[in-house]
Structures are given as C-alpha cells and as structure tokens.
Design a protein around this ligand. Structure first.
Ligand code: MG
Length: 264
C-alpha cells in the first residue's frame, strides 16, 4: 500500500499556523524558511513510513522540496513527487525518462504557456499580482493580494484556462497556473507501475491535489484551504478532518493508521 500525500498545509505547516496552536511542534524545515508538524504527527509519520510506501507529493520545486530537512535526514522517502507531478525523484535522482515522456505529451495535450500568460496578463494588475515566475521549466506561479483579486474576472479566466487544459489554483498567497497533464496522479501512476503497489491512501488540501485524491482508494482532506472551501460533493471513501490548521495533519495520519490496521 502507498500513502501519497501533499506536504504544505496537509502534513507540514508554515510559521503562520503556529499562532493558533499551543502544543508541542517539530520543525520539519529549518533554515531560511520554516515549516512544522505537531510532535505527535512527526512520530506517526515515521511509523507509517515503516509500514507502507510513503510518497511525498508536493507542488514545491525540487529545490524547495530538498529544503525540508525531515525528508532529507530522518525519513528519506525512496520516491518523491515534486513540481506538482512534473518531476519524480527516486533514491535522490530525478527520473529523466518520466520527464521526457511528459515533455513529449505536453505540447499535444495542453495550450502553450505563453498563450496562458498572455491571457492572464490582461486581468493581472500590479495592485494584486506580482510578476509570474516559472517553476521547474513547466508551470507558473505568482504572489497575490487575495483581498484585491477581481473575483468575477478571475473566475472567467479559470473557466477559459480549463478549456485550454490548464488549471488555476490559489493556495495562501500564491496563484498557480499548471498544465493539466502535470499532476500528482500521473506521477504516482508511474510509481505504482514501478513498485507494483496499487492501493493508495492520499491526502491533500488544494485543487491541484484533486486528481491524486480522485484516483485513490482512500482520501483525506484537512478542514481548511482551497479544496475544503470548494467541495460540493464528498465521495464515500473520502474523509474531511474535524480539526483545521496544524492538528489536521495529525488527524490525517491517525486516520491513515486506522486504514492500515483495518487491512490486516
Ligand atoms: Mg497543500
């Protein structure tokens, strides 16, 4: 069995989330940026990683993923999916065969990035969106002021982008533009083929996690964030946490352990 989980705001949380949490925490990422788990969550994740194949699935770039010390020095997962599924790392090495396959398919299946950016520029004003940056040569993101977003215009852009096979996602202060082909589920399918492990427990908090969650046998969603706010229908095999913020990460891991124990 595989536990495929998003990281930020699902398992690890930025400093901002500490304000509403008084318990013991473990720093998962130290250095220039910090992120945390509850101390119990860190122990639970170690236990889970010993029982099944834990695959971090993050929208972070490879470089940003490698900043999370917890996954470099303590857990060291054999497989990690970064860049929202554009890169698969195995044993610390990027799977170039997988990336080449994506690059070949990309130009056939999704509109070109410069066309999406051109359309986005028509509605993006300096007062709410900083300049777009390209991440790992494949998708884009920018820092935004959420309160100043022109909601109606952005909703129309999201619909247009979907018709071009691109996804728009807002997570905290970041807005992402990602080709639909680049997703965590495509990368995880590669992992299931390589390992022969096909049962998947997944967790995530954003619209970019949706393909991963939809392809899983069990899915866990924290009671905060983009996905929670937009969910209209919850399938039977999905579970929303009761807690939000940092404790939701711990609750998800407790739920994963419950599933693992029920399988025996
Ligand atoms: Mg997330």
């Amino acid at each position: 069995m595989i536990f495929a989980s998003d990281l930020d705001r699902t398992l690890i949380y930025s400093e901002k989330f500490l304000e509403s949490f008084l318990g013991q925490v473990k720093a998962a990422e130290t250095g220039q940026y910090h992120s945390y788990m509850t101390e119990t969550a860190a122990e639970l994740l170690k236990y889970i990683a010993g029982k099944l194949l834990f695959v971090p699935c993050t929208t972070r770039t490879i470089e940003q993923y490698r900043r999370v010390d917890f996954f470099q020095t303590i857990l060291k997962p054999e497989y990690a999916i970064t860049s929202n599924g554009a890169n698969l790392i195995r044993g610390g090495v990027v799977d170039t065969g997988y990336r080449d396959m994506l690059n070949r398919l990309l130009s056939h299946q999704c509109a070109a990035g410069h066309d999406i950016l051109k359309e986005f520029d028509r509605l993006a004003g300096d007062e709410w969106a900083q300049p777009m940056r390209k991440a790992d040569e494949v998708f884009y993101y920018c820092i935004i002021e959420r309160e100043k977003i022109p909601t109606k215009e952005l909703a129309a852009f999201c619909n247009w982008a979907r018709e071009q096979y691109w996804e728009v996602s807002i997570q905290g202060r970041k807005l992402y533009l990602v080709p639909q082909l680049i997703n965590k589920r495509t990368a995880l399918t590669r992992v299931t083929e390589m390992t022969g492990k096909h049962n998947v427990i997944a967790a995530g908090d954003s619209l970019l996690d949706l393909p991963l969650l939809q392809g899983a046998d069990y899915a866990f969603i924290p009671a905060h964030g983009e996905l929670y706010e937009q969910l209209e229908y919850i399938p039977d095999n999905w579970l929303l946490t009761e807690s939000s913020g940092l404790p939701a990460g711990e609750e998800i891991l407790q739920a994963v352990i419950k599933v693992v124990k029920s399988q025996k």
